[in-house]
Write a protein that binds this ligand. Structure first.
Ligand code: BT5
Length: 324
């Protein structure tokens, strides 16, 4: 069903805004003209504006600014990432659905994406504010053949890929705050949540949840977030196509993931360090058990943060909240 629609949209994008007859579409897709007509109606319901003129056929006026499978897949330059898309308008959390799909053997690279999350998850059961149509709320399923303890590297990999994508699509340069925050001028624009499914030391799947604030205005954030959060729109003054940004994220991630599987973490680490705000600075790390203040020396090859305290002792930080 969605394959047929993808082909119809293909036919429209090949026509660059000129008319394509119903018969031409039917031939291209390999279905009847009645079926074409039905799919066109569905595309209209999805928000595509399609003009129809008797004897000429159809042409596309505009695609909706949503993040449905069609919009993501037209022009997507990947082989696996985003080739399977589970789209919903509203969900509790895309992580939850992705976890379920991963159990049902969804292919590597499958993404779950929603226009809105009603119970978006942060780390440690915190909340992730995910209002409708304004941001990217997506989860990606990976099945890497790596040991359990190396999985946090994938969070850092995702942070790099999203930072690059923001640079590619906007004029902005984000910074990364270990381990999972992307900041612009000190405010959080992206959060990443990595969850694992594993049996003993074997990873069954890694679910990488990515939340990017794209087109929110300041007033779209609840009061308690207005001082600490920002969006690409707030920082750049222009609204950004979420689908284009998603395509770029998927493309960068797939590329970096292949590099990672072939050459290990070092190349990813170099890139990560080039975006890192915190290196060389005094940080406060609040872990579940203690608070450590120290200079950030860097990250290890497994993605662990190293803090040197006043006495010169180096503390490996596996998981913490960082204040700069
Ligand atoms: C994170 O947690 O930063 C991970 C966020 C991951 C969200 C994605 S969206 C797709 C997928 N599906 C999900 O359900 N989740 C993932 P953490 O480091 O714990 O940060 C959470 C904190 O960030 C909150 O306690 C707030 O202070 C703040 N926050 C909440 N919503 C925000 C937003 N939209 N923008 C910036 N900061 C936010």
């Amino acid at each position: 069903q969605s394959d047929v629609r993808k082909k119809i949209i293909d036919a429209f994008s090949n026509a660059f805004g000129s008319f394509v007859s119903g018969q031409e579409i039917a031939d291209y897709v390999g279905c009847s003209r009645t079926a074409v007509w039905k799919h066109i109606e569905e595309l209209r319901n999805e928000g595509y504006v399609l003009e129809a003129i008797r004897n000429k056929g159809y042409r596309i006026i505009s695609a909706p600014g949503n993040v449905t499978s069609n919009e993501i897949q037209i022009g997507l330059q990947t082989t696996a990432f985003g080739q399977n898309i589970h789209y919903e308008e509203s969900v509790d959390s895309t992580q939850k659905i992705a976890n379920r799909l991963a159990n049902e053997d969804a292919a590597e690279g499958t993404i779950v994406i929603a226009e809105e999350q009603t119970l978006g998850k942060g780390r440690l059961s915190r909340n992730w504010h995910s209002p409708k149509f304004t941001g990217i709320w997506m989860s990606l399923i990976l099945r890497p053949n790596i040991p359990f303890h190396e999985a946090p590297q994938l969070t850092l990999l995702a942070a790099v890929a999203v930072a690059q994508a923001i640079e590619d699509v906007t004029e902005l340069t984000p910074e990364i705050k270990w381990p999972n925050d992307l900041l612009i001028k000190g405010k959080k624009v992206t959060g990443i949540l990595t969850e694992l499914q594993a049996e003993s030391d074997r990873i069954h799947s890694v679910i990488i949840g990515i939340g990017v604030n794209v087109n929110q205005k300041l007033s779209d954030f609840p009061k308690e977030l207005q001082d600490i959060a920002t969006s690409l729109f707030i920082e750049s003054g222009v609204s950004i196509s979420r689908a284009a940004l998603i395509q770029q994220i998927l493309r960068n991630m797939e590329k970096l993931y292949h590099t990672y599987l072939q050459h290990g973490f070092s190349p990813v680490k170099l890139l990560w360090e080039s975006y890192a705000v915190s290196l060389g600075k005094e940080l406060k790390a609040t872990t579940v058990n203690e608070t450590i203040i120290g200079k950030a020396l860097g990250i290890t090859d497994s993605g662990v943060l190293l803090l040197e305290d006043k006495t010169g002792k180096v503390h490996p930080i596996y998981s913490a909240d960082i204040t700069i």
